[in-house]
Design a binder for this molecule. Structure first.
Ligand code: HEM
Length: 410
């Protein structure tokens, strides 16, 4: 593993594709907010936006900053349902119709109904780990726990067999890796294409099965619900299912992995949390602020627009850097410090803002809290074996690629 030295702020040239930036982007964000809050990024042919207020403004203005190109830009020809954009890639008014349906399934009262299952899922994954590795030793927290846990929860929400969760996880990883498609050779691209097709085929089969035999799962809800007197089309249901799988898996996986990394880096906080699990929500909020799973999202301008004195032409790609907004000095005191006791006075940008604000924000917080409660209850020791982190090779998703940990069961 290559360990890169941490750059200092000052005269840093932000290029999201640079391995040093992907490893430790935060000093670059300081520099951007200070000196170049709107920056042309030639490697991505897009404008990066770094300050909180500018990002807040643009995410709330869906007419000037369209989401229409989000999915095509992210997945290209590897979108499992290219005929029908998912709601994350739609503008008003179409977006609102789908969002109203989906909201019903994600309100806190519904999500809380899953809480007991999240504890069971976390416990059963730990049973598997103990059965495989014995009462103490080492395992890869990133794969054996954090990767499998959210995919099992989302599978449960969608009403699909949890036995297929590992397969699901591979498809999601492959499809999401299409974001880096320009850098891949034919073999990797074939794999992405196959995973995209399998995901689609899986939901096609499930649709056929469910339409004959409706249940109280989410897919059945989408099949039955009417918007303005019209049912969702088959492709709209498929597109929604793929979006939930793609949006709900890697994000929560990365939140859990990064939380263990930040706790290991801040041992005083780790000790407090181990002694008092009631602090877990505060830890999660601070990790979401300080080192969030989604660093950057995508928009396109529908008209020429000025941000922080820079003119951006119509039809340009814009990348709000959410992770930079979360450390904006004008909104957060001592933003570069990890502090679970901080008073947060403005909404975090970690789940976006405006009409596309993350549908799964309540679910992911609940899931992550259950998972950490179980992990800290079952293990008397759980800590990364090394302080060096092998981060994902991505400029928009942040989390550990692997996370070997030492553990001891209670
Ligand atoms: C820590 C975990 C998560 C993070 C950091 C996260 C982050 C985000 C962000 C930044 C957006 C806004 C995208 C935009 O404005 O273009 C978003 C939207 C979305 N997220 Fe999440 N997400 C998480 C978990 C989940 C989960 C668990 C689900 C569902 C199972 C989910 C489903 C969605 C959906 C469907 C949207 C699109 C909403 C819309 O277009 O109206 N997310 N998420």
């Amino acid at each position: 593993m290559t360990v890169l030295s941490k750059p200092e702020a000052g005269d840093l040239d932000y290029d999201p594709l640079d391995p040093a930036v992907k490893h430790e982007p935060y000093p670059y964000y300081v520099e951007l907010r200070r000196n170049e809050p709107v920056k042309w990024l030639p490697g991505l042919q897009a404008w990066g936006v770094a300050r909180y207020d500018d990002i807040d403004m643009l995410l709330k203005d869906g007419r000037t900053f369209s989401s229409g190109q989000f999915w095509p830009a992210l997945l290209g020809e590897y979108d499992p349902v290219p005929e029908e954009p998912p709601m994350i890639s739609m503008d008003p008014p179409g977006h609102m119709q789908l969002r109203r349906i989906a909201n019903k399934a994600f309100v806190p009262s519904k999500v809380n109904g899953l809480k007991d299952r999240t504890y069971e899922i976390a416990n059963s994954l730990i049973d598997d780990i103990l059965a495989k590795h014995g009462p103490e030793g080492e395992f890869d927290f990133a794969w054996e726990f954090t990767a499998l846990y959210p995919v099992t929860v989302v599978a449960e929400v969608l009403g699909v067999p949890t036995e297929r969760r590992a397969e699901f996880k591979y498809w999601v990883d492959d499809v999401l890796s299409a974001a880096n498609r320009a850098a891949y050779g034919p073999e990797k691209l074939r794999k992405i294409e196959e995973s995209s097709k399998r995901m689609r085929d899986f939901f096609e089969d499930l649709y056929d099965e469910r339409i004959q035999n409706l249940g109280d799962d989410l897919l059945s809800t989408f099949i039955q619900t009417e918007v303005d007197g019209q049912k969702l089309t088959r492709n709209q249901v498929l597109s929604m299912a793929c979006l939930l799988l793609i949006g709900g898996v890697e994000t929560t996986t990365n939140l859990l992995g990064t939380t263990l990394i930040e706790l290991n880096r801040h041992r005083d906080v780790f000790d407090r949390v181990l002694a008092d699990h009631g602090l877990i929500p505060a830890v999660l909020e601070e990790v979401l602020r300080y080192n969030p799973p989604v660093q950057i999202i995508f928009r396109h301008t529908t008209a020429e627009v000025e941000i922080a004195g820079t003119t951006i032409p119509a039809g340009a790609a814009v990348m709000p850097i959410l992770a930079s907004a979360n450390r904006d000095e004008s909104k957060f005191d001592n933003p570069e410090i990890f502090d679970i006791d901080r008073k947060i006075e403005v909404p975090l940008m970690s789940f976006g803002q405006g009409p596309h604000f993350c549908l799964g924000n309540y679910l992911s917080r609940m899931e992550a809290k259950s998972a950490l409660e179980v992990v800290f209850s079952r293990f008397s020791l759980i800590e990364p074996v090394s302080d060096d982190v092998h981060w994902l090779d991505s400029y928009f998703a942040r989390g550990p690629h692997v996370l070997p940990v030492r553990f001891k069961v209670r």
